[in-house]
Ligand binder design. Sequence first.
Ligand code: SDX
Length: 429
Amino acid sequence: MTGKSAVVTVDNKSVELPVRSGSIGPDVVDIATLYKQTGQFTYDPGFTSTASCESKITYIDGDEGILLHRGYPIEQLAEHGDFLEICYLLLYGELPSKAQKIDFDYRVTHHTMVHEQMSRFFTGFRRDAHPMAVMCGCVGALSAFYHDSTDITDPHQRMVASLRMIAKMPTLAAMAYKYHIGQPFVYPKNDLDYASNFLRMCFAVPCEEYTVNPVLARAMDRIFILHADHEQNASTSTVRLAGSSGANPFACIAAGIACLWGPAHGGANEAALNMLAEIGTVDRIPEFVARAKDKNDPFRLMGFGHRVYKNYDPRAKIMQKTTHEVLAELGHRDDPLLEVAMELERIALTDSYFIEKKLYPNIDFYSGITLKALGFPTTMFTVLFALARTVGWIAQWNEMIEDPEQRIGRPRQLYIGEPQRDYLPVSKR
Ligand code: SDX
């Protein structure tokens, strides 16, 4: 508490509400007693001004374009760290020592296989099922296989479930891809690092040896880092809300995957690439920018705008650099989609509408071009986002369970329906 307070006056009655300060960022007005003292609720349907929890994991300053994980800037983590190192940081709060990193990497590596019967789940899906639909089903089904890590009151079981989720998401994602394209599943190899293992499970075939390109593996690892966590975004809030009822971690992560799928959220990377393909050439950009500005047209520039970032998304800058690295390595420097993307960005950043609305490219704007160049179909883009975000969801879920202030989430409403009325028999309607 800060000793500061806010006064709310309702019907000539004033109530004093405590103000709480964090370590950095805006203070919050604690309204927990508002209804009890005034009989009134607050109203904030998109949670634009509402904090749902205290957290130590990620801090975002949307005006300054700052993103910190446990205090470390995303630029430094993406430049110097690897994904499992950031997983350790998000889960435990500190960067691992050399010994801790070796132990953590070993533990994750030795959880990468899934129960052999999981493979039968896939055969129930159509081959052309969207991989995100498959992931929703299969991740939720993990709770049917791993009963020994579903007791959320046991910290040891929570950590085992956390490691299992981080370790098995690449395997399930690769299986969803292989099933989608009609190729046999490829088992994980314990002598490969996390990103290399994933690329091999996706792109190796039994007919020949597969050699991982280290430049592409590093790019994949960095893409995972950029997507790892992002404060209380829609899918993380979904995981927290599901977890607040005591649901097991696998079911909570499945709920997060379902929420991430939406095109306004994690589905934007797939939608952004489809939009760039629809624009096709630089000369058609003005037509689409005009549509994005037209209040009567529901079209939006996918990959632009953000609830929090009203400046450049720091992840988008790193993603753009990664895009150029990957295209250079693969000899696609002149990818027409990149040409359209860069010209669209230039035009949008000089257009008064986008400047006024503070719409900048977000992480999804360039990620699609990179993932397409790496060989993934657009239907796999959000699966890769979910793979990376799993550690963020799990870290936030653990923090929620350990928070003594957290209880089942149960928002109220502003009722605008019919006042009480009596039933009329059908003969009188
Ligand atoms: C992610 O929350 C997170 O942290 C999410 C995420 C994460 O890591 O978890 O960062 C990942 O989801 C990134 C965002 C990916 N989505 C997209 O790229 C889809 C396109 N963007 C928009 O749908 C939109 O910008 C949102 C959903 C991202 C943000 O929506 P808000 O905060 O509710 O903003 P808004 O819809 O109220 O827009 C404010 C204004 C509106 O105009 P007015 O009604 O004020 O006249 O800006 C306009 C909008 O019409 N606007 C856009 C636009 N985004 C907002 N106009 C054209 N194109 C756009 N992309």
